[in-house]
Design a protein. Structure first.
Ligand SMILES: Nc1ncnc2c1ncn2[C@@H]1O[C@H](COP(=O)(O)OP(=O)(O)OP(=O)(O)O)[C@@H](O)[C@H]1O
Ligand SMILES: O=P(O)(O)OC[C@H]1O[C@](O)(CO)[C@@H](O)[C@@H]1O
Ligand SMILES: [Mg+2]
Length: 343
């Protein structure tokens, strides 16, 4: 078969490992041919692609980012988009199937194209770990490792100055990155979008820690909504598709803590550092297994499905199942972490 790969949405460590494993598995096991579409759905729509031979993917699993580039092009809203046009482009370039690697937006596009009769399968990716129907997405473990390292560093400088340190992490509307990196770094308070917490409680935790001579570390997810406010802080304007760019809650929180407690407080936003650089060993393995399974899905003609992790198994799931809402942090996971907050 002649198979096209594309990466779409925000990048994430592990994308290249998916590309490598799908290509190698296809060439070695089935004699497939591969092309890589440049810039997400745009490359598929415009027929902009590069050949992917064995030597093109050599050593790729350790590299961050995506060799194909990515975009947030909408497969139906692009002027030459839509199922009929894309089918014609695929015929013109003799492409038999497409593996779309992306988050919930990309996979919603893949699902719609498959429902319209196109041979498309998906691979889930995101550092946010917010996709249903998979226990973990690759990129998440790398983000946790980067954020944990950053927080360890915030703690030594914080302790030296007897300051309160606030670390703002990504995660969009879920708190997985904050919960896991905060637990790993031994944070004294973790604030996530799924749980409303007031400034009074935050102040209490901070003061308890400070009064026993420690430097409080507060980890806040970018999508956290403080009690008494309506929505997440998003003062950075909007993305191309109109959704707000999150961020700024760390600074807001640091101001509030300092004002209420008198404790000198500093805020650090980790930002895109969480998404850059090489994937961890765990993410390389997960991405490699996802890529191989996606290739199998193509040969099974399981259009409209994606590779997914269930326990230790890589399984096939319907994209509809994966797109049925966000995978949020369950209350009991937060309550468990909360036992160690404050004193
Ligand atoms: N329901 C949909 N149907 C078709 N295309 C969609 C749909 N929702 C989003 N898209 C397109 O897919 C693109 C990628 O989605 P999005 O920007 O949310 O990234 P993603 O793949 O979810 O990854 P991430 O959110 O982790 O960056 C969007 O910019 C949009 O053009
Ligand atoms: O790279 P951009 O477009 O600024 O998007 C940032 C968003 O993407 C993510 O990194 C991944 O979905 C979110 O955590 C964050 O809110
Ligand atoms: Mg998305």
């Amino acid at each position: 078969m002649r198979i096209g790969l594309l990466t779409s949405g925000g990048d994430c460590p592990g994308l290249n490992a998916v590309i490598r494993s799908a290509v190698l598995h296809g060439i070695k096991s089935f004699g497939d041919e591969f092309v890589g579409f440049r810039g997400g759905w745009r490359g598929l729509i415009e027929g902009d692609y590069m050949a992917l031979e064995r030597q093109d993917v050599r050593g790729l699993s350790r590299d961050g980012g995506t060799i194909l580039g990515t975009s947030r092009t909408h497969p139906y809203k692009h002027p030459q988009g839509g199922a009929e046009n894309i089918a014609a482009t695929m015929r013109e370039h003799a492409i038999d199937a497409v593996i779309a690697i992306g988050g919930e937006g990309t996979l919603a596009g893949a699902r719609r194209l498959a429902a319209d009769g196109l041979p498309v399968v998906g691979v889930p990716k995101t550092i946010d770990n917010d996709l249903k129907a998979t226990d973990y997405t690759f990129g998440f473990d790398t983000a946790i490792s980067i954020a944990t390292d950053a927080m360890d560093r915030l703690r030594t400088t914080g302790e030296s100055h007897h300051r309160c340190m606030v670390a703002e992490v990504m995660g969009r509307h879920v708190g997985w990155i904050a919960l896991h990196s905060g637990m790993a770094a031994g944070a004294h308070a973790i604030l996530i979008p799924e749980q409303s917490v007031g400034m009074e409680q935050v102040t209490e935790w901070v003061e308890q820690v400070h009064s026993r001579g420690r430097s409080p570390l507060v980890v806040v997810a970018e999508g956290f909504i403080p009690e008494g406010t309506e929505e997440a802080v998003a003062d950075k304007g909007r993305e191309a598709d109109g959704r707000p760019r999150l961020g700024g809650i760390g600074q807001w929180l640091a101001g509030g803590i300092e004002e209420r407690t008198g404790i000198e407080t500093r805020s650090t936003t980790l930002g895109h550092i969480q998404r850059g650089g090489n994937p961890t060993g765990y993410d390389r393995v997960l991405a490699t297994r996802f890529g191989m399974r996606a290739l199998d899905l193509v040969h099974e003609e399981a259009w409209g499905h994606m590779a997914s992790l269930r326990g230790t198994e890589i399984v096939k799931v319907d994209l509809a199942e994966a797109l049925d809402g966000l995978k949020e942090v369950p209350a009991e996971r937060y309550e468990e972490a909360q036992i160690l907050f404050g004193r």
